[in-house]
Design a protein. Structure first.
Length: 336
């Protein structure tokens, strides 16, 4: 396994400049800095300041050396060398794509010039990116990269339910198309009882979002019943994985469309990771401060269209709509 090479930093260059001025041997400087002598010679040669008009100013100066180093590194960044590439990436970010989705789609489409997702993040948090406030286009709009926090979950318990541990293996392994996960997105109480139901197909990650006028369980189940009209939804169980009172009338759904329902364990959101991930994406357009009474079905459909037209890493950077339509056509061909 090779060693990782670290470039000289500003504080090291300051020490180097001071010791050079004191006529200290390069070998001793390298020993004090814990560097190889060739590294010191190379940095002096690359970052030495020269002025033909004022030769007395020639020499190694720490701040000048650091600026030359940063400039030399910057011109090799693809997003600086190719403004058109940066503009295309910025447009995708504004459309709701993540850096990983952008990079993966570039590989899938075999772009002649492409970048990795890490390159996009590094540019966003670099000196040039911060000056442009490029981080505002990232999914989380964060000024600094930091780990995500944790959410608190309701501990409401529903009796007489099917545990997720009894879910068929073909469903757990995503081997069969047509199985859905369901969750509710709530907003602040002062905005009333209106909420949003999110449905996600487990194989394609195809999302459907609909508005509910009440928080009671039966109206929510009735709205799910109305949306279960296509063959893909009629033939498949629906994974109601949130143990809340809003889905306590799950037996109504089973009786109406013959769909089975499984619930995850309390405080175990990781068991319904697909819909949790989708909710996180939806929160970009539907934050908790949203007034849900102003949400129209047309607006919710536009959000779904944007999510379903965004490439996903888990799908080989195909879009959920592409995978969903492909699987749906296979079902229709078998039925014919």
């Amino acid at each position: 396994m090779g060693t990782h090479y670290c470039h000289l930093k500003l504080d090291e260059r300051r020490k180097l400049a001071k010791w050079l001025e004191a006529k200290m041997p390069i070998s001793e400087i390298a020993d004090r800095l814990g560097r190889d002598p060739s590294t010191i010679y190379r940095d002096i040669k690359r970052n030495r300041y020269t002025d033909d008009e004022l030769p007395e100013l020639n020499g190694y100066h720490a701040l000048v050396a650091q600026d030359k180093y940063e400039h030399r590194r910057a011109i090799h960044r693809k997003m600086i060398m190719h403004p058109d590439l940066k503009a295309a990436i910025e447009d995708r970010l504004k459309a709701g794509w993540s850096p990983e989705q952008i990079a993966g789609r570039m590989r899938l489409e075999r772009h002649p010039i492409r970048v990795s997702h890490e390159t996009i993040y590094r540019f966003a948090y670099s000196k040039d990116g911060r000056e442009e406030q490029f981080y505002r286009h990232l999914p989380e709009h964060r000024r600094r990269r930091r780990p995500r926090g944790y959410r608190r979950h309701n501990r409401t318990h529903i009796f007489d339910i099917q545990s997720l541990s009894h879910r068929p293996e073909r469903v757990s392994e995503r081997l069969e198309f047509g199985h859905w996960e369901c969750d509710l997105m709530m907003f602040r109480k002062e905005h009333g009882k209106v909420n949003v139901t999110s449905l996600v197909e487990r194989v394609s990650r195809y999302a459907v979002v609909m508005r509910n006028e009440d928080r009671q369980s039966k109206p929510i189940m009735e709205s799910l019943d109305k949306r279960a009209g296509s063959p893909a939804r009629r033939r498949a169980p629906v994974d109601h994985l949130r143990p809340r009172h809003q889905v306590s009338a799950w037996k109504y759904l089973t009786a109406e469309i013959g769909a089975d329902a499984w619930f995850c364990d309390p405080q175990a959101p990781y068991q319904k990771g697909t819909v949790e991930n989708t909710n996180n994406r939806l929160r970009r357009y539907l934050p908790r401060s949203t007034a849900p009474t102003a949400l129209t079905n047309r607006y919710l459909r536009s959000i779904c269209h944007r999510l379903n037209a965004t490439p996903r890493k888990c799908l080989g950077y195909r879009t959920p709509a592409e995978v969903f339509e492909s699987n749906l056509m296979e079902i229709q061909n078998r039925l014919e």
